[in-house]
Design a protein around this ligand. Sequence first.
Ligand SMILES: CC(=O)SCCNC(=O)CCNC(=O)[C@H](O)C(C)(C)COP(=O)(O)OP(=O)(O)OC[C@H]1O[C@@H](n2cnc3c(N)ncnc32)[C@H](O)[C@@H]1OP(=O)(O)O
Ligand SMILES: CC(=O)C(=O)O
Length: 531
Amino acid sequence: MTRERLYLFDTTLRDGAQTSGIDFSVTEKIVIAELLDRLGVDYAEGGYPGANPTDDEFFAEKRTQKARFTAFGMTKRAGRSVSNDPGLQQILAADVDAYCFVAKSWDYHVKVALGCTNDENLESIADTVKAAVATGREAMIDCEHFFDGYKANPDYALACAKTAHDAGARWVVLCDTNGGTLPDEIKDIVTKVQAVVPGDHLGIHTHDDTGHAIANALAAVDAGARQIQGTLNGIGERCGNANLISLIPTLLLKPAYSDRFEIGVAKEQLAEITSISHAFDEILNRSPNRHAPYVGETAFATKAGIHASAILKDPQTYEHVAPEAVGNRRRVLVSDQAGKSNLLGELQRLGIAVDKADPRLDHLLADVKQKEAEGYAYEAADASFELLARRALGEVPRFFAVNSFRVMVERRHNAIGELVSVSEAVVKLDIDGEKRMSVAEGNGPVNALDMALRKDLGKYQAAIDGLELIDYKVRILNGGTGAVTRVLIESHDTSAHRRWFTIGVSSNIVDASFQALVDSINYALLKAESA
Ligand SMILES: CC(=O)SCCNC(=O)CCNC(=O)[C@H](O)C(C)(C)COP(=O)(O)OP(=O)(O)OC[C@H]1O[C@@H](n2cnc3c(N)ncnc32)[C@H](O)[C@@H]1OP(=O)(O)O
Ligand SMILES: CC(=O)C(=O)O
């Protein structure tokens, strides 16, 4: 069966730049353009030449190599000719493969926002498309508010789409600009537009204001649209655009689409999609959404014992696609919802061989459940879990013992009269029967304890040289000042390029922090020893 070509149009660098809280620098735009080429989209909309210095510099410096590099702008202003519209001339002068012009297609907007007549707007659309086509490049029109416009005045909305098409636009893109349209309406209206724009010329641009951006894009495809616009990780104006990172796996892995369509993203590129999505979040300086479809850390994580038991027998029992297909991985979590199968799955991943009938496994499971009831959360603290498991199996040496620790916080005036807060910690350790005492100052009690703990580990000192704490999170369980505190610490061994999480729980925040610090050091020593 021959499959139809479906084109992917990325607007991360244009509509994505309209996301509140996101401001791309030129350098970031350059890196994102490279990510888009890596992903394999057909079009990459770079921004709006002439709208701001960042976009001007970006268009002067960089273009995508594989994706058709596209400039965005608006149709010519009414009452002016194309050659007499400086904004439009700037767009036409950009070094691109294609242009995408936003045009009004709702008569209410023509009247209120443009303040011109319906015919003048149609003339702007036609003249702009013709001028773009005359440059030898591809032209497309984003019909802004198409669905709301169609509901208000179907004849005029259709006239806008037809005018763009007749003037030579390769694509007429129907935009759900306010994001309020539902999938059935999209399907119905796109079907009707096919009467005036036949063939593979319709595109769809959806926003996620009702949580239907992807469903709406797919509904449009079902009705005949052959270009989908969207963004990396779904960023975009207000609630965002259709998320290409979710759409691409669906188009490639779900027979309802993969049997009917081919897209420009190869299976090998699909296997990079998790890493591309996370790299994009790095650029945005934010943590990836752990629950994101396909690419989230928990997308293939199972917590329930009954699921884990079946997954270990055959992963397909609880997975809709193979995690490897999207470059993700299966995770079997250990928590209070776990059974022995979860433990076995996690131990297997850690390279620990143990028989399901081994009674130590029952003790370990009981221990995990007891500690989870006290407030521990091992699914978030891989290293603390590994220590707990290996200890239960007698595989963790006693590197050092903490005899005591003390921490003092003092607020006082320094020599020049400024009010400062100073923390000082004392840690007493026993290493192979030899007693050691270290004192350190820090910018807070946990920092001081960390310094003191790591100051003198005797023969183990070299093994923690590259160790640094990179994140510290506190969560209060049960509320109130007598509450239980859970501390999660992320550590990084710069020499071994390894990251891990440890946990501590106590009614005392310093005590909880100290537990997590001690676990972190024990884990570093365990890994150094096995290396
Ligand atoms: C649905 C969307 O997401 S469309 C994308 C929107 N993106 C952006 O607006 C980001 C970039 N925009 C900008 O930097 C600026 O708005 C610019 C440079 C484009 C224009 O700036 P200004 O000339 O100062 O105009 P301003 O932004 O105040 O208003 C937009 C003008 O464009 C007109 N306009 C809006 N859409 C269109 C259109 N499709 N065709 C022709 N004119 C249009 C408006 O009527 C308004 O005209 P007016 O100034 O005579 O009232
Ligand atoms: C063009 C566009 O971004 C919109 O109509 O939503």
